[in-house]
Design a protein around this ligand. Structure first.
Ligand code: PLP
Length: 403
């Protein structure tokens, strides 16, 4: 079924209540869909109880809702089994989980390969692991457009490379990673592959089996679901190999005063009370996403992105960061030397334009691109031409006011 941006926008309560708002910061947090919000309220008012602990009917209803949420996430990712879905508090928690749990199976001198384009949440945990355990941390460089430069990939995967952990899509440049090339090289080197899907999931369901990867991380708040919940998908054999990250209730097979043994995945990785209502809300968002015509949506997002780039290249002094051609997500960042993005964003805000300015938690990438900070517009399925034209007019005004 094809939807107009206006009909989609109506389904987002915050946007429906604020027709004047041009929300262009969905890469930071996408707005929540009404189905997700309704599911959270329904769960909290009809099925609220802890999970995997109670035997009364209300607790069984909560168990069922939580299990169904796992199944929805598995369908969204085309996972082999719902047991491969670990609910976390978000992509950052998912990435830290792998860095700790998979990381604890590595030895000093084993190599983890990441890229210069990573969000700090897929950078810092690996630096911490390197400092704790003496692994080697190697970096795939980026080209002038911020795309991963894979020319030396085979060499970078040399040594004892055990894991390649890269972003599927940059949160600064919108550049998509050539996942097939990474996976082919990793398989040759005998390394596992982790994809940070935080920026990919709001542009449609994913297929972890077709991509032939081992781990996939994302956050609910970036794909029209609630905050405070995310997913780590792990191939069954990869999860089975990993010890737990956090200890506590729900993740054990048994505990004696001397020692504990672990439950199987996914429970092994879900210590304590999980984000139950948030997972239920996320599942409703994912179920809704799976009903949409993504080819049509992506075409519309790409057309808006092209129009925005076309308008921006005409602004004197403005420098676009990232690829202007080819396959890219609708995330557009730019730098105007002499103007701080926070000032630009403030003037834009006075015109009801919500954009983010700063280093976008990607300082190594910005440094590689020769910028300290930048202003970012990110487009989602509820944006339309009016948002883009308002941004271009707003920037014109910001430049005059700040000159
Ligand atoms: N990875 C990428 C590419 C991101 O853009 C973000 C957030 O912007 C994250 C990871 C971290 O997501 P969260 O803050 O939801 O954990």
């Amino acid at each position: 079924m094809s939807h107009t941006a206006a009909s989609l926008r109506e389904q987002f309560p915050l946007l429906a209540a604020a027709p004047e708002l041009h929300y262009l910061d969905s890469a930071a947090t996408a707005q929540i869909h009404s189905a997700a919000l309704d599911a959270v309220i329904k769960h909290e008012t009809t099925s609220r109880a802890n999970v995997m602990r109670g035997t009364y009917r209300l607790a069984e209803a909560a168990d069922l809702a939580y299990d169904r949420a796992r199944q929805s996430a598995a369908r969204f990712l085309n996972a082999g089994s719902a047991d491969e879905i670990v609910f976390t508090s978000g992509a950052t928690a998912s990435l830290n989980l792998v860095a700790h749990a998979f990381g604890s199976t590595l030895n000093a001198g084993d190599r983890v390969l990441i890229s210069v384009a990573e969000h700090h949440s897929n950078f810092v945990p690996w630096q911490m692991l390197r400092d704790r355990c003496g692994i080697e941390l190697a970096l795939i460089p980026v080209d002038a457009d911020g795309r991963l430069d894979l020319a030396r990939l085979a060499e970078l995967m040399g040594g004892r490379c055990c894991l390649v952990a890269v972003t599927q899509c940059s949160n600064v440049t919108g550049a998509w990673t050539d996942v097939a090339a990474i996976v082919a090289a990793a398989r040759k080197a005998g390394a596992r592959v982790l994809l940070d899907g935080a920026q990919a999931v709001q542009h449609g369901p994913q297929d972890v089996r077709a991509m032939d990867i081992d781990f996939y991380a994302f956050s609910g708040h970036k794909c029209f679901g609630p905050g405070g919940v995310g997913v780590l998908w792990g191939r069954a054999d990869a999860l089975a190999q990993m010890p737990p990250f956090l200890g506590g209730g729900g993740m054990i097979a048994g505990v004696t005063p001397e020692k504990s043994t672990w439950a199987a995945a996914p429970q092994r990785f879900e210590a304590g009370t999980p984000p139950i209502a948030q997972a239920v809300g996320l599942a409703a968002a994912l179920d809704w996403m799976m009903t949409l015509d993504w080819a049509a949506i992506r075409e519309r997002e790409a057309a808006l992105c092209r129009r925005l780039i076309e308008g921006l290249v005409g602004i004197p002094g403005l420098r676009l960061l990232g690829p202007q051609q080819g396959q890219r997500a609708p995330i557009v960042s730019f730098d105007i030397p002499g103007l701080h993005p926070h000032d630009i964003c403030q003037v834009l805000d006075s015109q009801n334009l919500a954009l983010r300015g700063g280093h976008h938690c990607a300082q190594p990438l910005l440094t590689a691109l020769g910028a300290e900070t930048c202003t970012r517009a990110s487009i989602a399925l509820y944006n339309d031409e009016a948002d883009i034209e308002a941004l271009l007019a707003g920037l014109d005004r910001a430049l005059r006011e700040l000159a």
